[in-house]
Each structure stands twice: as C-alpha cells, then as structure tokens.
Design a binder for this molecule. Structure first.
Ligand code: CS2
Length: 397
C-alpha cells in the first residue's frame, strides 16, 4: 500500500487526484488543509468518504481518504505525516506558491516571511522545505496546480526558501511537471440536496492528466494518465486555450451581466470571440501539439456549453492577478492574438469597475489592484501588477 499526502482539499483535488487514485487502488491519501477546519470537519463526520457527482454518469462514492489534518492546529503532526508519504502532492492554487511577478519566491510575502521567522510552518513551501531537509528517503513532490512548469516552480520556491532558512536538502527529490484538467464548479445547495451528501463534489465526465515521467519512488497505477518526458506543450495547450477562454468569458461575460460559462459561450457577442481566442492561442503553441488544436477547440466548446455544470463566471474571475500572466500575457508575447488582448482588456475593465463600485476583489493582490485602479493611469498600473508593462501599447491600441 502506497501513501500520498496531499495539500489542499478543495473540490478540484477531490474530483481529480482523489478520483484517479481511487480508481488505481492500492494507495491511500492523507489530506492537509492549510487553513480552514471546514472540509476536515465535514469529511470526518462521514468517515472521509464523499460523493463525486459526475455529470451525465451518476454518483461515484470516493473512499480513498484516510485522514485530514488541519495545519494550523498542529504543524508538527503534518511534518510527521509527511515522513510516511511516498508522494507529496498539492492543489493550493497559484497563490499558494507565493511567487512574485517574475516567478521567484516572494520572500517579502507575509506568509513566507512568517514561515522564515516562525515556529511551525504555515505554507506549503515552508512545510516542504522543513520536511525535505529532515527526510532521508527519496520523495516525489507532485504539483497539481494550473501553472506552466508547476513542478519546476515549486522546486525553485522550495530551494529559495531552504536557502533563506539555512536548511540543506540532501535527499533525492523530484518535482514532476504536470498538466491537470477537469472542470469542477463549487458545490451548491442544489448539488447537496440532490445527492444527499453535504460534502458532494460536482464535476464533468471529462478528465485529463499528463505527468512528466520523473518519479523518485513508486506511484499509483493511475488509469489513462499520460506519462511524457515534456509536459510543457500539453500544459500550454490547456492553459492558453481552456483557461484563456475561461478567463475571457469570465471578465467579458460578467460585464455583459451573465452568470455562467454556458451562457457566455452562447452569447452572440462572446461566442465568436471565444472561438477566435482559442484559435489564436492555438497558433502560439509548440509545433508538437499544433495538429491537436482544431479538435481540442471543438471539444472545449462542447464542454463549455454543458448547461448542467452551472459553472459560475465569478468563480473563474477570482485571483485574476495570479491567472492573467499564464492565460493571457504569455500568449500575447508569443504571437498575434487580438481576441486574447480583448481578454486582458476585460480583466482591466473588471478591476476598474469593481474597485469603482467599492467592491473588495477576491484576489490575493486585492489591495494592490485597488491602488492601481485608482491611480492616474490604471491600465498601465494594472499591467505592471501582472508583470506586463511591455504590453501597454498593444492594450491601449
Ligand atoms: C477555471 C479552472 O476557475 C478557473 O479559473 O478556469 O479552474 C478550470 O475549470 C480548470 O482548470 C479546468 O481543468
């Protein structure tokens, strides 16, 4: 029996990593919540099993979680549990990596600074650096977050932290890069009522996982996972086409008074923009995946059209400062993509309008965004915030 210790038990992990691992058999998972006790309490009350409501396929009971630890309750217990894990994985979203606009670990970030100064770690990065410095057997650290080079970035952040903390990591550790995909909306009361499980997770039938073949030890026999030597082309395809289109629909769709992805993709103004955005993003991809672009774009349109998922645009709109660099900015630097430029303009307009209405943005950089939106040149200041000052002429034009 192998063991995974997983940081971040939001709906995505419960619909993706845990579903695949349940299918594989022979492994169990210990979860770690970095902040709240809600998910631990809810799952503990039902023996850590929950319903995965797979749209169009029915309900699947997932029974692979063994325990959930809440890090602030007892950081030492988390460090002890990490020792027993063969694989340490994470879905903490982009902001859980505490990177600056250049992709380096932000040592001035209050949570990272507290981990460097404090007693027990509070962040994924702090936990990994402390654990790996004390570990003697090989470890695989698997990022399942939506970022280009997610494994490389995690490794760089952990290395930077270890250096700043004076920790030496001497054991063999690998950080495979991975592309993860499954559209997983937040759970609603309707989903809970329908399944009868307060911890139910709604998701689509489609799922995809491409992982760099770089494990330091054993791994589950995950079904349908593609192991490759280079994940980047797959990651770029997914981030620039799926997530790029998602963020475009979110910012432009909210501005048009829409609520859900299936409404945005049916909107007469947005639909052509979305198809163009995917085709234009597709042209910036590496040659090795170019031939997949048309079929992938068609499949994405069908996934977006799914009316039963009820995927909220405001869920996708959150954390824009973390998402915009991978979803729009990099694409615009790599090729001509006017529809993607519309997406970036829509994010800027969204920030200005939300701040103008006195709303607090759901974004780790909410305060910086508010300051930028109120400045003399909001477009310029917001682009600066996402490391994209060079795109100012394109966006203004
Ligand atoms: C979405 C993603 O919330 C968002 O920003 O774009 O969570 C998206 O649903 C997943 O990446 C699909 O795999």
């Amino acid at each position: 029996m192998g063991r995974i210790l997983h940081f971040g038990l939001g709906n995505f992990a419960r619909a993706h990593l845990l579903d695949y691992t349940a299918d594989a058999g022979g492994w169990d998972v210990v979860g770690v919540s970095l902040r709240s006790t809600t998910i631990r309490d809810g799952l503990a009350a039902q023996g850590f099993a929950y319903d995965l409501c797979v749209q169009g396929q029915g309900v699947k009971r997932i029974n692979v979680l063994d325990d959930v630890l809440v890090a602030p309750d007892n950081p030492a217990a988390v460090l002890a549990a990490m020792k027993a894990a063969d694989i340490i994985s994470a879905t903490v979203t982009e902001k859980g990596y505490h990177l600056d606009a250049q992709g380096q670990l932000d040592l001035a970030d209050p949570a990272i600074a507290a981990d460097l100064a404090g007693q027990g770690p509070q962040t994924l990065i702090g936990f990994l650096a402390h654990h790996l410095a004390a570990r003697s057997r090989p470890a695989t650290v698997l990022s399942c977050d939506n970022m280009v080079g997610n494994g490389d970035r995690l490794q760089a952040a952990v290395t930077d932290f270890a250096q700043a903390a004076g920790l030496a990591i001497n054991t063999k550790v690998t950080f495979p890069n991975a592309m993860v995909d499954r559209i997983t909306p937040a759970t609603t009361d309707a989903v809970r009522a329908l399944s009868g499980d307060p911890m139910a997770v709604p998701t689509e039938a489609f799922r995809e996982w491409v992982i760099e073949d770089n494990f330091a030890g054993p791994r589950p026999d995950w079904p349908d996972v593609k192991f490759v030597s280079d994940v980047d082309p797959h990651e770029l395809r997914k981030l620039r086409m799926l997530n790029g289109a998602h963020s475009l629909m979110a910012y432009a769709g909210l501005a048009r008074g829409l609520e859900y992805v299936h409404q945005a993709v049916a909107d007469p103004v947005l639909r052509p923009l979305v198809t163009q955005a995917m085709a234009q993003a597709g042209r910036t991809l590496p040659l090795s995946v170019q031939d997949q672009v048309p079929a992938y774009a068609d499949a994405l349109l069908a996934r977006f059209e799914n009316p039963d998922l009820k995927h909220r645009l405001d869920q996708i709109a959150m954390d824009g400062s973390q998402k915009v660099p991978y979803r729009f900015v990099a694409t615009l630097r790599d090729g001509e993509a006017p529809a993607i430029a519309e997406g970036l303009r829509a994010w800027i307009a969204f920030c200005i309008s939300q701040v103008g209405q006195g709303h607090q943005l759901n974004d780790p950089k909410a305060e910086d965004i508010a300051r930028a939106a109120r400045s003399d040149n909001p477009t310029r200041a917001l682009l600066d915030l996402v490391g994209a000052a060079d795109l100012a002429p394109l966006i203004a034009g």
